[in-house]
Write a protein that binds this ligand. Structure first.
Ligand code: SF4
Length: 289
């Protein structure tokens, strides 16, 4: 890791990343694409040590409360967060200033902050977002090697359910010829139903590949699934959107299961939920906070 003093923190969509780079090692990672212009190794995490100061400046000056998300480009619960606690300090500020919080992670370290997220949810609103891509722990250990498998993330979802903190699951990406099968997708959705998630995000049934991420992905495929990278090259060439050959059948199944269990799967509805304070807080914001 290396430390930097960041110049700014919040994007115009009210999202922040206190870390840049990631050590979870997902073989399909889009954040390592060349377009993001990393000047350091992706695993050599850039730590924005002044992130809490920058966040506090913004929170102090904002008249209107909102929900601030963390985790769009880098998981806020990197292993080094256990010691550095930068994400936690930012969450404490959100609570202190009456703002809502969203976190997107694959790590069970988020459970460390369950009391804090509960307090934020009670005061303003919180939504915890977990990524689930693969119900088979052995395969999960190959495609997301340095973070807990989805079965553990399912337990994490249930822990938040028990505290009445809403959750959303990003079922994305679904990898062609690896995880794009009915059994996998159905199991993930059954976990979502059992854990009472508000909604899921799928972005179609597939993945994206571009310069930087494609080479990394194909190297991993060559190591673990000989011949599969060639299959991708033949089928998809240089396409950015790499959709599953089963995408229609699987999308239909996803929608039917979601309807059956009352899980929202309309992307606009779910993404809006992850970016908006609950109505009760919006009313409070107008009159009290
Ligand atoms: S958790 Fe996200 S940022 Fe980290 S390696 Fe996986 S896909 Fe990339």
């Amino acid at each position: 890791m290396h430390e930097v003093q960041a110049k700014s923190l919040l994007s115009r969509w009210n999202s922040m990343n206190v870390y840049r780079g990631c050590t979870h090692g997902c073989i399909y990672c889009d954040s390592r694409s060349a377009c993001y212009q990393f000047s350091h190794r992706f695993e050599d995490i850039e730590v924005k040590v002044n992130a809490p100061d920058l966040l506090e400046q913004v929170l102090r000056s904002r008249r209107e409360k909102c929900l601030i998300n963390s985790g769009s480009m880098s998981d806020p619960y990197q292993p080094l967060e256990e010691e550095l606690q930068l994400t936690r300090r930012c969450l404490e500020l959100l609570w202190q200033y009456g703002f809502g919080a969203g976190v997107l992670t694959k790590s069970d370290l988020v459970l460390r902050d369950i009391d804090l997220l509960h307090a934020i949810h009670e005061r303003a609103g919180a939504v915890v977002q977990l990524t689930l891509t693969c119900a088979d722990d052995r395969l999960s250990g190959i495609i997301e090697p340095n973070v807990v498998p989805s079965s553990r993330r399912y337990e994490v979802l249930k822990a938040f359910q028990a505290r009445h903190i809403p959750t959303v699951v990003w079922m994305d990406p679904i990898l062609p010829f690896l995880t794009d099968n009915e059994k996998n997708v159905r199991t993930l959705l059954e976990w979502c139903a059992d854990a009472g998630v508000y909604g899921i995000v799928t972005f179609g049934i597939g993945m994206t590949l571009r310069e930087g991420s494609r080479e990394y992905y194909y190297r991993a495929l060559n190591r673990h699934f000989p011949g599969l990278a060639r299959q991708y090259v033949e089928k998809y060439g240089d396409l950015y959107e790499v959709m599953s050959p089963q995408k229609e059948q699987l999308a239909k199944m996803v929608h039917e299961i979601c309807e059956k269990y009352g899980i929202r799967d309309d992307p606009d509805t779910v993404l809006n939920f992850t970016h908006t304070l609950p109505e009760r807080t919006q009313q409070l914001t107008l009159f009290d906070l």
